[in-house]
Design a protein around this ligand. Structure first.
Ligand SMILES: O=C(O)CCC(=O)C(=O)O
Length: 327
């Protein structure tokens, strides 16, 4: 039996009125207007097998091999299993260079720029799809997850003709850290009139409240997720509330996935994530999710300070609040 589903350590109710499975919108791939209508009506579309699995698995191998160099993945087990390592190589590593190398890997690029993915996103944007310059590949260690949020406050300084894609880079069952979206949240008026009017940087946003039942009853209908397979893509709007289950995979396996954003050609995208000289969220930081137990205050869950050599700098207080970073 699988372990219970939790988010941020809290169990999530799985009765039929609170929880369900994502509908596969594949039959609508040949019906662009129908697919767009589904996206507008539901705030998300889930497409099984949109990408060639071999493209996705090549990216998985490329990225996990790089993480093995840091000791984040233990290569005494097959790399593709993604078993967590002892992280010993993290100390002293140049994470600025490392994360750049992960984001620009050729196989990873093939996922982000897959022609069928771009075509489908273009249908939803009603224009040609252009990827944001920045991309968000994620290794999620045992016990880690992602707090509840919408992407809008993080991505919407300019155009609003943009969307998010979440792509599993391997099989991910819900209890292994699958993404979960809140059905009905994309047109929730409380979100629209409050949280979605904010700018994450200017307004200092943290994750929304942690209790999945409070979030559900405040902002939507049912939590939806899937047993994700390589090739599946979940596309959602900037106002769709989502998070990720805590990773309770067996054998200490890490979850590997990626999120990427796309805008309609001709629009001006959010400058935080686009252009040649990016410094998202300010300061010398790198996108290196996990390693601690924060509420994403000052973006610490995902964005870590590094020194001039790209080496991780954790605030002293994180050592007192549950960080598992090796000292
Ligand atoms: O994969 C995760 O843990 C979170 C992804 C996410 O928040 C996103 O795709 O916007």
């Amino acid at each position: 039996m699988n372990p219970p589903l939790t988010t941020g350590g809290r169990p999530i109710g799985t009765s039929d009125d609170r929880f369900g499975r994502l509908d596969d919108a594949t039959p609508l791939r040949s019906d662009p207007a129908g697919l767009r209508r589904r996206f507008v009506e539901r705030g998300h579309v889930f497409l099984r097998g949109l990408l060639p699995p071999e493209t996705v698995l090549a990216a998985r191998e490329e990225i996990l091999t790089k993480y093995a160099v840091l000791g984040e993945i233990d290569d005494r087990s097959p790399i593709m299993d993604g078993v967590a390592g002892d992280r010993s190589g993290l100390v002293g590593a140049n994470l600025r260079a490392f994360t750049h190398s992960v984001r620009t890997g050729a196989h990873y690029e093939s996922v982000i720029l897959d022609p069928e993915l771009l075509r489908t996103v273009g249908v939803l944007l009603d224009g040609d799809a252009v990827p944001f310059s920045f991309r968000w590949p994620r290794l999620v260690r045992p016990g880690e997850g992602c707090g509840f949020h919408c992407d809008g406050p993080y991505m919407s300084r300019a155009t609003t003709r943009h969307l998010s894609c979440w792509i599993p880079l391997g099989h991910i069952a819900p209890h292994e850290g699958g993404l979960v979206v809140l059905d009905g949240s994309h047109d929730n008026h409380r979100l629209a009139e409050g949280y979605l009017t904010k700018d994450a940087d200017l307004d200092g946003l943290e994750w929304l409240e942690a209790d999945p039942e409070v979030v559900r009853s405040n902002y939507g209908d049912r939590w939806l997720t899937a047993d994700y397979e390589p090739g599946d893509v979940l596309i959602f709007s900037m106002s769709t509330l989502h998070g990720a289950f805590d990773n309770h995979a067996d054998r200490d396996r890490c979850r590997l996935s990626t999120d990427s954003r796309y805008y309609a050609a001709g629009e001006t995208p959010d400058p935080r994530w686009n252009g040649d000289d990016l410094a998202p969220h300010g300061g010398e930081r790198v996108f290196y999710p996990g390693l601690g137990s924060w509420a994403n205050a000052d973006f610490q869950d995902e964005w870590k300070y590094v020194d001039e050599h790209g080496r991780l700098v954790l605030p002293a207080s994180d050592h007192d609040t549950g960080s598992e970073f090796p000292s």
